[in-house]
Design a protein around this ligand. Sequence first.
Ligand code: PGA
Length: 259
Amino acid sequence: MSNSARKYLIAGNWKMNLNSAEGAELAKDVVSIVGPQTDVSVCVCPTFTTLEAVSQVVNDSNVSLGAQNMHFESAGAYTGEISAEMLRHLFCKFVILGHSERREYFGESDAIVNQKTLVALAANLKPIVCIGETLEEREAGKVNEVIKTQLEGALVGVTAADADALVVAYEPVWAIGTGKTATPEMAEEVHAEIRSLLASLLGAEAANKVRILYGGSMKPENADDLLAQPNIDGGLIGGAALKATSFAALVQSAQKRSK
Ligand code: PGA
């Protein structure tokens, strides 16, 4: 495969869409698309209320289950929240943390994302830690500064031993749900920077194991070029993950480049 030892990961972030019946239907289609192939890791991340129905559908398939968020406490008086252990109970393997929508609308700071990341790792969940700059920050020439602050803030206490489980998603905020995609070169530049920051934090060997996903209007038309970049190890997909046909095309795009 093109990205050394890293297996591509195509993760669907369904956001606040699809009830449990609709989610189970889509999951059935995804399971049949993925079939027996294991060259690419594939994961779907439904809402909390849809997790259980989808869990039953993807059980014993090559599609993994992920959640879109979790709380860092294990139990107690946290009305409206869900713990890592509850996600494990439904056989979740991944959890998206620090998505820019969580940061923007729910006030999640780097410190909160860090607490969640450590708890997810301890619970055997693979965290997909999201980072990315706004348009304003990009125009002010602050991309590297923002990426460094968010990445270092999220990964305090994470060690080289966590590298296999850790996933980072670079999602430029201005590209999410807007139809505007970073060019493959723009994305690769930031992904390479993330890899080098990871090397300073975890050592070069561990940094090479961490999968770095691109997210932000990734779709069948641009996936080939994005996935061809040496430091792009898959995608975190919003809109295009809600239709089996477009999600299938993204999985196939990664599959073509595997091995
Ligand atoms: P999008 O969303 O693919 O719809 O841009 C990506 C994300 O927010 O994870």
